[in-house]
Design a protein around this ligand. Structure first.
Ligand code: ADP
Ligand code: MG
Length: 352
């Protein structure tokens, strides 16, 4: 029934962050090298994500917004080796149930004739019309939670905090996506559109960080390349894969962290970005170790952190939460112990 559909949709799309996350990940999955996120009235009026990716082929118009439709997964076995962000086919169908939802899309064969698709709340295709357009897809979400009055009021009341969260999340995506021009802009209800930040399709994350946070921020960072060697026998034997082969138990932590210089306090929890194999995620236990070690040098400040944890896919599980932001690391305890030691070593070798 439509009530059940709404409730389930409300579990996939819980706030502005989930909308931004799902749409940006779809653009990345589509192979986009340009991604533009446009907010109107901080997302309360609309959120639009436009990309220059592969587009949606006409034979998929009917199905893209149906529940559990995905073009990204053919067998259950694919799950462990999956390279795409999406695979559940829940985002577009949920957005149909929770907003005024439309799509403009164009494959390279169709240029310059794009299709504008409108959907019913159930995800059923309502209408198709021809508009002009370039290769790629634009997804427009207007009036989020329009039919869930309590959720809508909550969003409006907490908009300041929600806005801070969604911008941090987009910073996180923009910094890791090398080779992608990533732009975020906002237009107030009355007033003109302003670009909040943009990356330039840089080959390195270093340049992305400079684009997003400025060269001054970058200059206060040190490069980090920590190797955390897990004992080959620790942890569960995942999928019968004995860890006799030492090569798959090396964990690397790559990125940048604040140079541990004493300074005036400026708390920057919105600048603590973690990834697992390039996938943005929240890793509260890792944050804690970084903060604790850093604070033994500078008690009044939190460090800037950009940390990509690179490890064998058998050592973690991303499918534990619907938003896939929670990642289960099988040897987390050991990783954290090693991380603490390596960080202290890194900081000790810096001239303070
Ligand atoms: P999932 O990402 O899990 O497959 P979604 O509901 O997010 O599910 O998207 C459903 C399908 O719509 C995708 O599998 C993809 O085929 C298509 N799609 C969504 N967004 C885009 C996009 N920006 N570009 C191309 N195809 C898209
Ligand atoms: Mg998706």
């Amino acid at each position: 029934s439509s009530a059940v559909h709404q409730i389930q949709a409300g579990q996939v799309i819980v706030d502005l962050c989930s909308v931004a996350k799902e749409l940006v990940e779809n653009s990345v999955d589509a192979g986009a090298t340009t991604i533009e996120v446009r907010f109107k009235n901080q997302g309360l009026d609309s959120i639009e994500v436009q990309d220059n990716g592969a587009g949606i082929a006409p034979h998929n118009y009917e199905s893209v917004a149906l529940k559990h439709y995905t073009s990204k997964l053919s067998t259950y076995d694919d799950l462990s080796t999956l390279q795409t962000f999406g695979f559940r086919g829940e985002a577009l169908s949920s957005l149909c149930a929770l907003s005024k939802f439309s799509v403009i899309t164009c494959t390279k064969e169709q240029v310059p004739r794009a299709a504008k698709l409108e959907f019913e709340m159930s995800g059923k295709l309502k209408s198709t019309s021809v508009v002009s357009g370039q290769r790629g897809t634009s997804v427009i979400v207007e009036d989020l939670f329009r039919n869930l009055p309590v959720r809508r009021r909550e969003l409006e009341r907490n908009i300041k905090r929600e806005w801070g969260k969604v911008i941090s999340l987009l910073n996180q995506y923009a910094c890791i996506q090398t080779g992608v021009k990533f732009t975020v802009s906002q237009q107030p209800t009355k007033g003109k559109r302003m670009v909040l930040f943009s990356t330039k399709g840089n080959p390195t994350t270093r340049e992305n960080i400079i684009n997003v946070f400025g060269v001054k921020t970058m200059n206060a960072l040190i490069t980090m390349d920590l190797k955390l060697q897990l004992t080959p026998t620790a942890g569960p034997l995942v999928k019968g894969k004995a860890r006799a082969d030492g090569s798959n138990t090396e964990v690397r932590v790559l990125g940048y962290v604040s140079r541990p210089t004493p300074g005036e306090g400026r708390q920057t929890p919105d600048r603590q970005m973690f990834y697992v194999n390039g996938r943005p995620c929240g890793l509260p236990q890792f944050v804690k170790v970084f903060n604790e070690v850093y604070r033994s040098y500078n008690a009044s400040q939190l460090p800037f952190i950009f940390a990509d944890i690179q490890l064998d896919t058998h050592l973690y599980d991303v499918n534990v939460s619907p938003d896939k932001r929670t990642i289960l690391l099988h040897d987390q305890g050991q990783m954290l112990d090693n991380l603490r030691e390596s960080l202290i070593e890194l900081f000790e070798t810096q001239d303070v």
